[in-house]
Design a protein around this ligand. Structure first.
Ligand SMILES: Nc1nc2c(ncn2[C@@H]2O[C@H](COP(=O)(O)OP(=O)(O)OP(=O)(O)O)[C@@H](O)[C@H]2O)c(=O)[nH]1
Length: 383
């Protein structure tokens, strides 16, 4: 064997040894991967690797065997019933609203002199009831206590006068059903951004679902992409379809598609969330007017709910006026009444618009929306 032959033999042997080692390493690595696979009983398809493992080599030309992924059943929540929402209304307002307690303390004093009546007036004004209703309430209460004297309990009289002020005769039913021809009711949600419009749309869908109604939501707030995202999340939680378009789409076209879907699928109610940019009244009127017109090519809008933030006081009233001039508002939703000492805004805004408060927002939780009833509201105020 000459020198050249010897070198060739050594080189071949070295390649074989090194190659075998690398092959062994690859196999070991793959096996390790293989051992870390979830067991057959595992249902977590997300972590299941797509490559075939070494233990199950794929046959050339044959389709790799794939296990069809079973879609995980969505977890549909069961929203709270209307009755227990009213209990919550009582708890939330009684716990946070100083108005009722302050009034009751003042009325409990032995002698109701001018100073006490002035303090009562101040409390009512601080709670945003408004000047004229405050005067009405104080006058009514003073007269009753003078005329009926010891025969009337001041607290019972206050309760009755407050209920009168909130107006128990207004029709507060939500028009969520369509006409007899089977068309869905259409609820249009309007209001300035940040008042809780999208949240309220989601909460309202939950109330309707809890009453076994079929609902479609329309994300016509196309100005802010996150609003559609937010609404989709609300819808998914209660198994409600949400119709949306790309960011910047004409809100009227999303509203149209939502109502069309509602008609095609035979739902009971379509709720359309809109963008509340208050750029100027003319712009707002154009946009809301168009949304309404386009919907009504298919079926009438049965309810226009104006969402107002109870903590914004006079500012809220100005917004309310602008919106009611842009579109015929049929009901008010007062949000963020929890933790607000401004419960009196209920009276002020109803007077301002001549439209009833129909729903109240009592927190950020999914079921923190309750139908408004004057008696329950006043009882909650008085604690
Ligand atoms: N405390 C409290 N917070 C609320 C209530 N309703 C809504 N919110 C909160 O108010 C904030 C604004 O709510 P959104 O629903 O995003 O307001 P929006 O009017 O739809 O605003 P855009 O989506 O920008 O149009 C959120 O943080 C809500 O959780 C309520 O009744 N009480």
């Amino acid at each position: 064997m000459d020198m050249v032959t010897l070198i060739v033999i050594i080189a071949v042997a070295a390649v074989a040894i090194i190659g075998g080692g690398i092959a062994g390493l690859v196999t070991t690595t793959r096996r390790r991967k293989g051992r870390s696979l979830p067991t057959e009983a595992g249902t977590d398809v997300i972590t299941r690797p797509e490559e075939p493992t070494v233990e199950e080599p794929s046959v050339e030309g044959a389709e790799p065997e794939t296990v069809p992924a079973e879609p995980a059943a969505p977890v549909i929540e069961k929203p709270e019933s209307t009755a227990s929402r009213l209990v919550r209304l009582r708890q939330r307002l009684a716990g946070s609203n100083a108005l009722g307690r302050g009034l009751l303390n003042l009325l409990s004093t032995d002698k109701l002199d001018e100073d006490t009546w002035e303090s009562i007036e101040d409390l009512l004004l601080t709670a945003d009831i408004g000047v004229a209703p405050t005067q009405e309430l104080v006058d009514g209460l003073r007269t009753r206590l003078r005329v009926e004297g010891g025969k009337v309990d001041p607290k019972a009289a206050l309760r009755e006068e407050l209920i009168k002020l909130v107006d128990p005769d207004m029709d507060r039913r939500l028009q969520v059903s369509g006409a007899d021809d089977g068309a869905p009711g259409v609820v249009l949600m309007v209001g300035v951004n940040g008042t809780g419009k999208t949240t309220t749309t989601g909460k309202l869908a939950r109330i309707l679902v809890s009453e076994d109604r079929k609902v479609v939501l329309g994300a016509a707030d196309t100005f802010r992409a996150a609003a559609a995202e937010q609404l989709t999340t609300w819808g998914e939680r209660v198994g409600v379809e949400v119709i949306r378009g790309p960011e910047g789409t004409d809100p009227a076209s999303v509203a149209f598609d939502s109502v069309k879907e509602g008609l095609d699928t035979g739902v009971d109610t379509v709720i359309v969330d809109t963008a509340g940019r208050l750029q100027n009244k003319a712009g707002l009127m154009d946009e809301l007017g168009k949304v309404k017109r386009v919907i009504e090519k298919q079926t009438p809008v049965t309810e226009v709910l104006l969402v107002l933030d109870a903590t914004t006081g006079q500012n809220g009233l100005i917004q309310a006026r602008v919106f009611s001039e842009a579109v015929a508002v049929s009901g008010i939703v007062l949000t963020k009444l929890d933790g607000s000492a401004k419960g009196g805004i209920v009276v002020a805004v109803q007077r301002e618009l001549g439209v009833p408060v129909k729903l109240v927002g009592l927190g950020e939780g999914p079921d923190d929306l309750a139908p408004f009833t004057p008696e329950a509201f006043v009882d909650a105020l008085l604690g």
